[in-house]
Design a protein. Structure first.
Length: 191
């Protein structure tokens, strides 16, 4: 064989092995962990709360995986008038099945997830004229939760994602159901 043929054969073999290794890193049998920040929005609340938390998962195939998440929020006003005020904070814990679709010839992907989560809201009520009426209480519920979003692979080992999330409905004592949703921006590292 001539030197040029040997060089081309070596280059082609190296390229094929490199592509195979990158495909294995990018998709199957891969764990990831990250952080996210966003907005938590319960129905009929005066203000949305700042949410932040951690998430991680495992991809079984290029498209399917599992993911776990924990989010908590800052305190935010549920209502505030001249005589009384109410603040809330929330915690969510969830386990989801995920589906990713990578757009051809790009680093962009769409992600959907569906699973089970616990949604817990703590409320602090303050009477501005009679402090003996002040109280704190919490409600939680477990149910179906999920989300849809878009992600971008910055490198083969790091990605960012923007997602719309919906959480389980909470049944308050008065018979009122509170639905909550949120948007998050996350960044994760693949191992």
């Amino acid at each position: 064989m001539k030197i040029l043929q040997k060089t081309l054969l070596a280059l082609a073999t190296g390229t094929l092995l490199s592509v195979s290794a990158q495909a294995a890193i990018n998709y199957t049998g891969q764990t990831y962990a990250g952080v996210k920040v966003g907005q938590y929005s319960p129905d009929d609340a005066k203000d949305d709360a700042l949410s932040y938390g951690v998430y991680g998962g495992y991809k079984f195939t290029p498209n399917f995986g599992v993911e776990a998440e924990y989010l908590t929020t800052s305190d935010a006003d549920a209502f505030d008038d001249s005589s009384e005020k109410s603040e809330y904070s929330a915690d969510t814990y969830g386990v989801y099945a995920t589906y990713d679709y990578t757009f051809p010839n790009t680093a962009l992907y769409a992600k959907g997830r569906l699973g089970v989560a616990k949604n817990k809201i703590d409320v602090d009520y303050t009477d501005k004229f009679d402090s003996s009426e002040n109280e704190s209480f919490g409600y939680s519920d477990t149910g179906v939760a999920g989300g849809l979003g878009l992600g971008y692979n910055i490198t083969p080992m790091a990605s960012v994602e923007a997602m719309y999330n919906f959480y389980p409905t909470i049944d308050f004592d008065g018979g009122d159901d509170v639905d909550s949703n949120g948007i998050t921006l996350g960044a994760h590292y693949k191992f």
